[in-house]
Write a protein that binds this ligand. Structure first.
Ligand SMILES: Cc1cc2nc3c(=O)[nH]c(=O)nc-3n(C[C@H](O)[C@H](O)[C@H](O)COP(=O)(O)OP(=O)(O)OC[C@H]3O[C@@H](n4cnc5c(N)ncnc54)[C@H](O)[C@@H]3O)c2cc1C
Length: 496
């Protein structure tokens, strides 16, 4: 081990929102632990976490129709909506703690209040939205949600979307004032800056090439310094693989049995962006619609007010597509090199099962700008091509694995994969994503540091008062959390 450059308690691979969050949580819990970070890009938050690469929605189920499922008996199952909302409350509480403790100077650099809305057309979808509204608005997690099927009211709420619209079928929307737009790129950079200030050793332009268990039980990470081409070796007791789309390859290299039999299915994304103030100022909301038939749930179209560097713009999309890359700045060989003997049959089964989806994604990729503008006109009837530019978004690598539902099943959630002894963990998958980073990283801590949990819990509860509790069963706590996080995060005098 003489050629090891460095030995620390923790190595974080990747400088996205997940590593930023885990590093920040650990620094709060055990400030004296030494943490090293390796990132292949020149800075933090340049892949999916970057503000131009994701939609910036603080996912809390206020508007995403796919989180509430209509059951065969016509009732609405809101369990996923409740789960995602409770997870987002974790994030808001931790961010509020960071603001109150001075680690994050100004919350307006990363979070803004933007109403969340769902918008549907046609009798069937209007009936669904009404039932969804009835199921959510009586739940204490969703106070203040409004429903309207009156075109006049919708004109007030979403003037840009109602201008020049021919209303020849039922139309409806829900609106909740207390939604958020989150600049996850800015947040990632802020968190890495504060980690650096707390002596975390951060190496940009360093690509992790291999991860192996050394004879002394530590994990040894082989890293290429992309600046000078030299190879370095670093070791740690615990490694977190937060490589986003790059995590699957690294998990495979670690050789842990828990990482076997898992594959990845990359989905690319494109946004149409409008920066013209005279158009931008006519819309202030994140408005989610229904996914088109055959489309995957993560390609639900939405028209969003975004606040980036304190400037407002409108994002429409994401248009999903197919690309074999696992990272935006990845390689065309990512998909093929992720196929190993242990996941071959799983991948083949997924290939057969998802032929229609792949065909749909390839077709989406081939759409011309005019065809994309046509899709946008469902939301903005008088949209003109010259007002909107195309922006390439991040890659989302969906998990493929064998489940009770069958071999090679495509999963749309995120999943923590960890070694039985808790010495290494990876995060795979892409949804609900950055919004739930705090809850997902607390799951990593729960699984990988069980021996410290009892000692750490009081501090976790101090930072995140709802930790370990079901908020739906504690309505009094919901109110407290909504008020205190809104105050700390500058979200106004709000109930959410
Ligand atoms: C189109 C789109 C829309 C989305 N919309 C939303 C949304 O509205 N709300 C939401 O909450 N989430 C959204 N998400 C999901 C969210 O962006 C991701 O879940 C989140 O950013 C993932 O963070 P991460 O840290 O895991 O990955 P990333 O941000 O991708 O970071 C991983 C980092 O690891 C680095 N890396 C990879 N391999 C290596 C290696 N071998 N060595 C060193 N470094 C490496 C990469 O360069 C990268 O910087 C969206 C994603 C996409 C693509």
């Amino acid at each position: 081990m003489s050629n090891r450059q460095n030995q620390t308690e923790v190595i974080l691979i990747g400088a996205g929102i997940m590593s930023a969050t885990l590093g920040s949580l650990l620094k709060e819990l055990v400030p004296y632990w030494r943490i090293t970070v390796f990132e292949r890009r020149g800075g933090a938050g340049e892949e999916s976490s970057n503000e131009w690469n994701n939609a910036g929605t603080g996912h809390s189920s206020l508007c995403e129709l796919n989180y509430t499922v209509e059951q065969p008996d016509g009732t609405i199952d809101i369990s996923k909506a409740v789960k995602v909302n409770e997870e987002y409350q974790f994030s808001k509480q931790f961010w509020a703690h960071l603001v109150k403790s001075g680690r994050v100077p100004d919350p307006r650099d990363f979070i803004m209040p933007v109403p969340h809305m769902s918008f549907v057309q046609g009798e069937r979808d209007v009936a669904f939205l009404k039932k969804r509204f009835e199921a959510l608005s009586t739940n204490p997690l969703f106070p203040g949600m409004e429903f309207s099927d009156d075109p006049g009211k919708l004109k007030e709420w979403i003037p840009l979307m109602m201008k020049d619209r021919t209303v020849n079928q039922p139309i409806a929307a829900t609106r909740i004032e207390t939604g958020t737009d989150v600049n996850f790129g800015a947040l990632t950079r802020i968190l890495f800056k504060q980690l650096k200030d707390q002596n975390v050793d951060i190496h940009y332009n360093h690509q992790v090439k291999d991860i192996k268990r050394a004879a002394d039980g530590l994990w040894e990470v082989k890293v290429k310094n992309l600046g000078n081409g030299m190879t370095e070796r670093h070791a740690a007791k615990f490694v977190f693989i937060g490589g986003g789309g790059g995590s699957l390859h690294l998990l495979q290299k670690s050789g842990i049995p828990e990482g076997k039999g898992i594959g990845g299915f990359p989905v690319s994304g494109l946004f149409m962006v409008c920066k013209k103030p005279e158009i931008v100022q006519q819309h202030r909301a994140k408005v989610y619609g229904q996914a088109p038939v055959g489309a995957p749930p993560m390609s639900v179209p939405h028209l969003d007010t975004r606040v980036i560097d304190r400037k407002e713009s409108l994002f429409f999309g994401p248009f999903a597509g197919f690309s074999p890359k696992f990272l935006k700045f990845g390689s065309m060989f990512d998909l093929i090199t992720s196929v190993k003997l242990h996941n071959l049959t799983t991948m083949l089964a997924a290939g057969v099962k998802n032929f229609q989806l792949t065909k749909y994604l390839v077709q989406q990729l081939m759409l011309s700008k005019e065809q994309r503008i046509e899709a946008l006109r469902e939301f903005v009837p008088d949209a003109k091509g010259e007002d909107w530019e195309l922006v390439v978004a991040g890659q989302r690598v969906q998990i493929i694995k064998d489940t009770a539902a069958g071999k090679g099943t495509l999963q749309f959630g995120t999943e923590v994969i960890s070694a039985a002894d808790g010495s290494i963990a990876a995060l795979l998958g892409a949804s609900p994503g950055a919004s739930t980073a705090v809850s997902v990283m607390l799951e990593v801590i729960r699984r990988c540091f069980p021996q410290h949990l009892k000692e750490w819990e009081p501090k976790i509860k101090q930072m995140i008062p709802s930790y370990g509790l079901s908020l739906v069963q504690h309505p009094e706590l919901i109110q407290d959390i909504h008020i205190s996080t809104a105050e700390a995060l500058g979200l106004g005098n709000r109930t959410h």
